[in-house]
Design a binder for this molecule. Structure first.
Ligand SMILES: [Zn+2]
Length: 420
């Protein structure tokens, strides 16, 4: 093992993006083996499994173990499957891919769920994570290693009065005018920030285009007022509400700037277990964000997932815009080969202060462990190649790793590590 591999393996990590349940939620929901599918579920479904086939209500543990193994066999080549295998092997000593084996490890996963030391063991000790941002739509995380990020989509995904009602409920106010609605959204952002939120998240690439026009206040207000006159569920189409949505996207960006919050935006690949293939991939191309990136020079836009498979233009954007930060969340498990290629090009093109190296993007900690192990290997391999090419000195490669795994996140999200 080279010294760069050894160096990267011992680095302590700030993890910029996860969907991890708190230990309390995991315990309350009694997570088991079948609760740990997440990304793998997408590949199982794409290989032919019925959506939801592994849900508790759809059969005994034995029946679901048999279904799992049938589709596991079809998809065991993918990186999502590889991550599952790594997690199960390293953390549970699991190697027996039979019904009996699955039932046995299922009991071990349930025991881990109720083990009060499991999160610290997996995240802090085994993974080397000092802090992880998690998006589970609450700021009440009650776990020292977590900081919240909140999806703001619900504040601009307005198509009927029920959607407005949800924002009223979250903000604890009743809204009768568009101006009142904007105040409610602002109050929410302010509250989330005071409750520890380190960034806002826009996930709209999953349900509409990232492209955004510049409607006037009056145009947005007129759609809003029409929604107020409808019944709860009976609303307007996406096309009819776009002026309102676009106006609100601008507003959320403006208020995030005011509260000095970086803005994480989903770009690129969609997860079928989340999207049910309900949006079109070209809608998530980071290129569509260019008018917003050009307008808000004082924002900190963290563009997630390298916009894969639109990563070539993404690299140009990250190179040129001082307000854009490149982010490798999720990327290594989508394709390790592509991640390595993108990292090679990014080292060649993008200032190292603008790169965020890791976000596991998992909803269970065992996945985060496996993903980070993979990421450390890919980054070390890439840097070794750069050193061998003569493009970097070893000491510079080590500083690069410090920055993308840790220092850049402390800077961008203004983290106070003394509190750890
Ligand atoms: Zn995510």
């Amino acid at each position: 093992m080279s010294s760069i591999h050894e160096y990267i393996n011992q680095l302590r990590i700030i993890d910029g993006h996860e969907h991890l349940a708190t230990p309390q939620i995991r315990k309350r929901e009694n997570h088991d083996f079948f609760s740990l599918m997440h990304y793998l579920d997408s590949d199982l479904v794409t290989s032919g499994m019925k959506r939801g086939a592994l849900d508790r209500r759809n059969g005994s543990e034995e029946e679901r173990a048999a279904i799992f193994l049938k589709y596991w066999e079809r998809t065991s080549n993918t990186t999502y499957a590889r991550m599952f295998r790594t997690a199960m092997q390293d953390l549970y000593g699991f190697n027996d891919w039979s019904v009996a084996g699955v039932l046995d490890v299922n009991e071990k996963v349930k025991a881990a769920t109720h083990n009060p030391d499991w999160y610290n063991h997996v995240l802090y000790e085994k993974s080397g994570i000092d802090l992880a941002f998690t998006l589970i739509q609450t700021t009440k995380l009650e776990y020292d290693l977590f900081r919240p990020i909140m999806f703001m989509d619900f504040t601009f995904k307005l198509r009927n009065r029920k959607d407005i009602h949800d924002v009223e409920r979250a903000a604890g106010v009743n809204v009768h005018t568009f101006a009142g609605y904007l105040e409610a959204v602002d109050a929410l952002l302010h509250r989330f920030k005071s409750e520890g939120m380190v960034a806002t998240k826009l996930g709209h690439a999953y349900w509409r285009s990232l492209g955004c026009t510049k409607p006037t206040y009056q145009e947005a207000e007129s759609v809003f007022n029409k929604l107020l006159t409808r019944t709860l569920e009976d609303g307007y189409s996406q096309a009819q509400t776009e002026d309102l949505q676009d106006y609100l996207i601008h507003y959320v960006i403006q208020r995030s700037i005011a509260y000095d919050l970086p803005i994480q935006i989903h770009t690129g690949h969609h997860e079928t277990s989340v999207s049910s293939n309900g949006n079109l991939i070209p809608n998530s191309n980071a290129t569509l964000l260019l008018p917003l990136l050009a307008e808000y020079q004082d924002a900190k836009f963290v563009l997630l997932h390298c916009s894969f498979p639109y990563h070539e233009t993404y690299l140009s954007i990250a190179k040129n815009y001082p307000n854009v930060y490149a982010d490798f969340t999720w990327m290594y498990i989508i394709s390790p080969t592509a991640a390595k290629q993108i990292l090679h090009q990014m080292i060649e093109m993008v200032p190292q202060s603008k790169i965020q190296g890791f976000g596991g993007d998992y909803n269970y900690i065992e996945g985060t462990y496996a993903h980070l192990k993979l990421a450390r290997g890919i980054i070390a391999d890439t840097l070794s190649e750069k050193i061998a090419e003569g493009a970097m000195k070893e000491s510079d490669a080590m500083r690069f790793a410090d920055k993308i795994f840790r220092d850049n996140l402390i800077d961008i999200y203004q983290l106070d590590l003394k509190k750890l």
